[in-house]
Every structure is written in C-alpha cells, then in structure tokens.
Design a protein. Structure first.
Length: 110
C-alpha cells in the first residue's frame, strides 16, 4: 500500500518541475512531523519557483514554530513582494497578517 507521499513522489517523477507537487510533498513532510525535511523542501521551492506564493506563508509559519523569527519575518516580506507582483491579494492579506503578528511595523511600508 503506497502512502500519499509515495504517490506524490511518483507524480513528481512524471513532472519534475511542477511547483504544486513540490509544495504538496513539503506539506506532507510537515504533516508527518518531519519539520527539517519540510523546511528544506519549502526553502528549495522558494529558490526554484519564487512566484509560487503559497510557499512563503507556510515556510514562515514553520520558521515561527522553530523559533526562527528573523527568517519568518524575512520570508513573509519576500512573499508580500511576490504577492503584490503577481496580484495575489488573498496571499497578500495572509502574509501581511502573519507579518503583523511578528512586527509592529506597518506592512504597507514595504
């Protein structure tokens, strides 16, 4: 019996550049409690597919959980920039909300 992670990895073999599959695999590692592998996968996705805006929120939340506040703030800010550029207003709102919990800056200044 194959696991969801096995299935996702099989799909990735067929479409190795698919950012959604890379994201789903990272999220699956996170769901399984493998935070280091999830973090590595999310970080790789930010590098290889910087416009895949959903990654920034989840990577930022993982950084927060791992007490890496500075990295969380930086990744939220990077995500805000991408969300504005791609006009993804839903993601923009989520990222601004997450950032505002960590800073007392006005996120409209970015």
């Amino acid at each position: 019996m194959s696991t969801r992670l096995d299935q996702l990895n099989e799909f990735l073999k067929e479409s190795p550049e698919d950012p959604f599959l890379k994201y789903a695999i990272a999220a699956e590692y996170l769901k399984q409690g493998n935070e280091q592998e999830a973090m590595s996968r999310f970080e790789d996705l930010v590098q290889t597919n910087p416009d895949y805006v959903g990654t920034y929120y989840h990577l930022g939340k993982l950084y927060e959980k791992l007490n890496k506040q500075e990295l969380a703030i930086a990744i939220y800010r990077a995500g805000i920039e991408i969300a504005r550029k791609t006009r993804n207003f839903h993601a923009l709102g989520e990222l601004q909300g997450a950032l505002s919990f960590l800073t007392d800056e006005d996120e409209d200044d970015f």
